[in-house]
Design a protein around this ligand. Structure first.
Ligand SMILES: *Cc1c(COP(=O)(O)O)cnc(C)c1O
Length: 220
């Protein structure tokens, strides 16, 4: 673990009023406890089972953010405790989150994951698909989820200009959606973008949550 980097990242985020999601996937509970003892409360995981065992083993005021792809049939395991789901990429998934959240009398904050990189990946909604989701009459029926903002991942590249363009496009879409669909909802306020290699670029484009793992916990 690199605690100097941890403190440096917090210092980098402070002037932007952005918050750190410490991405602890594959790392032991002891590492999470170390950061917890320094005051870190938001942790990100990408697997349901791993996150649930860590939730059970660690202090219950940790805010667990699910950042990886989520299958509908696994929502039930995290619905009782998850603090935010960053990776919502379909109305089917969102409806299942709503259904499971209702069972626990909760409202689960969700981010819509947007496909912003040119890379081939199955994950993330296109701009067209986001509009279709938000315009779907069944979306308006969902009472136990709250769309808290957007999430995106830039291309894995050294080309800073390309990353700039991708984060800028996510910010632009965020502003557009806020104006069109969420003007009356100040809770649509989170832009989750930036990882170890590119969080400093994401901050320049208005990231409010950055998801940093290897920089703090070491390579996986
Ligand atoms: C693993 C992961 C991160 C963190 O990546 P690092 O390069 O280790 O900082 C961020 N976001 C998502 C979605 C991830 O899966």
């Amino acid at each position: 673990m690199n605690l100097d980097r941890y403190h440096q990242i917090l210092a980098d985020l402070a002037p932007h009023h952005a918050r750190l999601v410490a991405v602890s996937k594959t790392k032991p509970a002891a590492d999470i406890q170390t950061l917890y003892d320094l005051g870190q409360r938001i942790f990100g995981e990408n697997k349901v089972q791993e996150m649930t065992s860590k939730y059970e083993a660690l202090p219950h005021d940790i805010q667990w953010h699910l950042i990886g792809h989520l299958q509908s049939n696994k929502v039930k395991y995290i619905a009782p405790y998850v603090s935010m789901i960053h990776s919502v990429d379909s109305l089917v998934l969102l409806s299942e989150i709503d259904r499971q959240a209702a069972k626990h009398d909760r409202i689960i904050p969700c981010l819509l994951q947007i496909h912003i990189s040119g890379e081939e990946t199955k994950f993330g909604l296109t701009e067209e698909e986001v509009f279709a989701l938000l315009n779907d009459p069944s979306f308006a029926q969902l009472k136990n989820i709250r769309i808290a903002g957007l999430m995106g991942m830039a291309s894995n590249t050294d080309n800073e200009q390309k990353i700039n363009t991708e984060f800028a496009s996510l910010k632009k879409l965020f502003d557009k959606l806020r104006e069109k669909y969420f003007a009356e909802q100040p809770s649509f306020c989170e832009l989750s973008m930036g990882m170890s290699s590119d969080y400093h670029i994401a901050l320049r484009h208005g990231a409010t949550l950055v998801r940093v793992g290897s920089d703090i916990f070491g390579s996986r």
